[in-house]
Design a protein. Structure first.
Ligand code: 13P
Ligand code: SF4
Length: 324
């Protein structure tokens, strides 16, 4: 765990890094009375130093409950924003402010305003992977672990807009057997998996089970024997008697899978090309070094207007109430 952290690292832009980065981060944590929350897609060193690792819903709940004065969010911008929406008085730090999300970016507020206007009387259910502006325009937020459960609680006659992920939306439509008006956004990572290569892997590893995140396209989902959020995929691998899995989601999760089920074999689902594009380029902008600098300099900090925060808080609270 400490091998990379113990190596002396330098960041010429920001000054010299301490020799033991893990120890320095622990000491800054005490100084700031901070909690480090990390998503499963973060690099292994960050996962190892985090106080809490989780999927989007678990992280939102952890942010809601924390007594710390500062939240260091090792994830992407919309996740840190969610923590700020729930904790206006806390310092919320994101190691790299450029850690965005293709899905959140696919739904700009102006275009979404027009989309809503074109569908009057629709309730807006938005996936948490969206900006605070979009949350503020929504009625209920959901994550990949509670989207089906939330839509099922809405009366059948109520028309619904589901934004911004068309793949998760289509999956929810299938599971709930309802018609949803879908915003056509998607995740660059989950749309990169190759159906052909997954089929080839299934032939090469006949004992392996394919598991997938619902942000994947239906051509990939149809080969999966289990579909769920990152936390659900992790739990499934732990509890299943199967020993080999083809994992169609960001491979950062495999660090925890391997830790919790060391006797099992996890094969990352391959992307279309021979690239590393199954790794989220936004999540991977955060590094242990940037996490250290963020804590040391108390920046970059997440801020937002109180109007937007309050408007975004209401649908967040509805989600938390509906997913108890
Ligand atoms: P979950 O954390 O809900 O599994 O979503 C995965 C994801 O893409 C986060 O950006
Ligand atoms: Fe966004 Fe996809 Fe990266 Fe998640 S994995 S942060 S949805 S781009």
């Amino acid at each position: 765990m400490f091998t990379t952290a113990l190596a002396q690292r330098e960041n010429t832009q920001l000054g010299e890094l301490p020799l033991d980065l893990f120890a320095a981060i622990q000491s800054l944590k005490k100084e700031l009375n901070a909690v480090i929350l990390a998503h499963y897609y973060q690099e292994p060193d960050i996962q190892d130093i985090a106080d809490f690792i989780g999927d989007s819903l678990q992280l939102a709940k952890a942010a809601e409950k924390t007594n710390a004065d500062a939240i260091v969010f090792a994830g992407v911008h919309f996740m840190a924003e969610t923590a700020k929406i729930l904790n206006p008085d806390k310092l919320v730090l994101l190691p790299d402010l450029d850690a965005g999300c293709s899905l959140a970016d696919s739904c700009p507020p102006e275009a979404f305003t027009a989309f809503k206007a074109a569908h009057p009387n629709h309730l807006v259910v938005s996936y948490i992977n969206c900006s605070a502006d979009i949350k503020a325009m929504s009625d209920i937020i959901c994550t990949s672990s509670n989207a089906v459960k939330i839509v099922e609680q809405i009366p059948k006659e109520q028309p619904i807009i589901f934004a911004p992920d068309r793949n998760l939306g289509r999956y929810v439509m299938e599971q709930t057997r309802r018609d949803l008006v879908l915003w056509q956004g998607s995740c660059v990572v989950h749309e990169t998996f190759s159906e052909k290569k997954i089929v080839q892997l299934k032939i090469a590893y006949p004992e392996a089970e394919a598991i997938a995140h619902p942000e994947c396209e239906s051509s990939v989902l149809r080969h999966a024997s289990f579909i769920g959020s990152t936390a659900a995929l992790l739990k499934y691998c732990q509890n299943s008697p199967t020993k080999e899995f083809i994992v169609a989601t960001e491979p950062g999760i495999i660090h925890q899978m391997q830790k919790l089920a060391p006797d099992k074999h996890f094969i990352p689902a391959p992307p279309m090309n021979n690239c590393a594009c199954n790794e989220c380029p936004f999540m991977r902008l955060n590094t242990l070094e940037k996490l250290y600098w963020a804590m040391k300099n108390r920046t970059p900090e997440i801020t937002m207007s109180e109007d937007i925060r309050l408007a975004a808080l209401r649908p967040m609270q509805r989600m938390l109430e509906m997913s108890l």
